[in-house]
Ligand binder design. Structure first.
Ligand SMILES: NC(=O)c1ccc[n+]([C@@H]2O[C@H](COP(=O)([O-])OP(=O)(O)OC[C@H]3O[C@@H](n4cnc5c(N)ncnc54)[C@H](O)[C@@H]3O)[C@@H](O)[C@H]2O)c1
Length: 383
């Protein structure tokens, strides 16, 4: 299996019939008209010929599938929230051998949920089996941060895991596999994957900052008492950590009087630069304090949003935040995974260019870039 077309696999069977009748393949307008009318007459008597060709299942890997986010995301994927309501999937679930029983429980629940899009489940603790032929990889498994654990220790533990998974990705995944790293430190784990899976294009490796992006939209919606679906174009710049810079200065709200800048509607620079930024940065900690467990439902939902927009495209006039390999846009250093505003079309993301960056934003972006460079050098100590 080499690659799947995610966006346009539905082809009317009329096209197939025309293709297999060689005399019809001559492409003049007149002939085409004759083909169509002949086809219409035929289809009238044989309506089954008009049925759409079913899409081929896409293989989706979820690592850490027995964990909190894994448990929340598998049903979302199998219900079409990630790849579309008509896209069948085969789920590959990977977790550690110690979690094999729990993973088997997840597999059993997926069967019990009788999900029509789900065409198979592979539950394993073997990396080679898990990565085999996958078209999409959602990497959630990793070493968790424990109380008192130094950042250096967290990075070193995860570097080892991601180096090994890079090798499995490179050897066993489909060559065009699209990868989303969720596990922390997400940006640096993505960098390790990129370095050790050179056969996978760097553009196919991304990390999750969509949860922070969605949190930013949610905070603005609450502040203005509007529906979150009417708010768009917030930005998360930088690392998925407390140095990230949530930026609402280019965001807009859809109102009865058209699209209006959030800056104008809120008209409170102090809120936008302080309370909003801190609330988004600290939201994960606030959820842990309230729930005694880290965000999982919202993280799973954000991961589905990330992949869906990447593969199926962002709506016109809307951008989203994705952690991607920096090409130096906005003066961000190359060689780190940095969250940028991106638009997506036909399975490709591009960084939104030309946004005005003021001194405040510039200094916040630099702080996060500096942290990412430090994480990178710590990671290299252990590679
Ligand atoms: N980027 C984001 O926005 C974001 C948001 C929330 C959580 N996270 C991160 O996501 C990760 C998972 O969070 P969670 O709440 O599901 O944690 P969890 O501890 O509930 O689950 C993690 C799972 O990963 C498994 N695992 C560990 N090492 C593995 C390996 N080498 N291969 C396969 N599986 C492995 C564990 O056994 C466990 O089942 C954490 O690193 C967390 O910090 C990121």
């Amino acid at each position: 299996m080499a690659s799947y077309e995610f966006t346009s696999a539905k082809v009317g069977s009329s096209v197939h019939l025309l293709n297999i009748i060689p005399s019809f393949a001559v492409c003049t307008r007149k002939l085409h008209f004759l083909q169509k009318s002949a086809w219409n007459r035929l289809a009238k008597w044989c309506p089954w010929l008009l049925r759409d060709e079913p899409k081929k299942p896409v293989k989706v890997l979820v690592t850490g599938a027995a964990g909190q986010i894994g448990y929340a995301i598998v049903a979302m994927i199998a219900k079409g929230l990630m790849l579309g309501a008509d896209q069948p999937v085969v789920l590959h679930l990977l977790d550690l051998p110690v979690a094999a029983n729990a993973l088997n429980g997840v597999r059993m629940e997926l069967i019990d949920a009788a999900l029509p899009l789900l065409r198979g489940v592979v539950a394993t603790s073997d990396e080679a089996e898990a990565f085999k032929g996958v078209n999409v990889a959602i990497l959630i498994g990793g070493w968790p941060r424990r109380d008192g654990m130094e950042r250096k220790d967290l990075i070193s533990k995860n570097v080892t895991i991601y180096k090994s998974q890079a090798s499995a990705l490179q050897q066993h995944a489909a060559p065009n596999c699209k990868v989303l790293v969720v596990a922390n430190p997400a940006n640096t784990n993505a960098l390790v994957l990129k370095e050790f899976a050179p056969a996978i294009p760097a553009k196919n490796i991304t990390c999750l900052t969509r949860l922070d992006h969605n949190r930013a939209l949610g905070q603005v919606a609450e502040k203005l008492n509007v529906h979150v679906g009417d708010v768009k174009n917030a930005i998360i710049w930088g690392n998925h950590s407390s140095t990230q810079f949530p930026d609402a200065s280019h965001a807009t709200v859809s109102t009865d009087r058209g699209e209006r800048p959030v800056r104008e509607l809120i008209a409170d620079e102090i809120w936008l630069r302080e309370e909003f930024v801190t609330d988004v940065q600290q939201r994960g900690a606030a959820v842990i304090k309230a729930r005694k467990q880290s965000s999982s439902l919202s993280a799973a939902s954000a991961a589905c949003d990330h992949m869906r927009d990447w593969i199926l495209g962002t709506p016109k006039g809307t951008w989203v935040s994705m952690g991607v390999y920096s090409d130096g846009s906005y003066g961000v250093p190359e060689g780190v995974f940095f969250s940028f505003p991106v638009t997506c079309e036909k399975g490709e993301w591009s960084v939104v260019q030309g946004l005005e960056i003021d001194d405040f934003a510039r200094s916040k972006m630099e702080t996060s870039a500096t942290e990412l460079k430090e994480e990178k050098s710590i990671a290299y100590e252990f590679l």
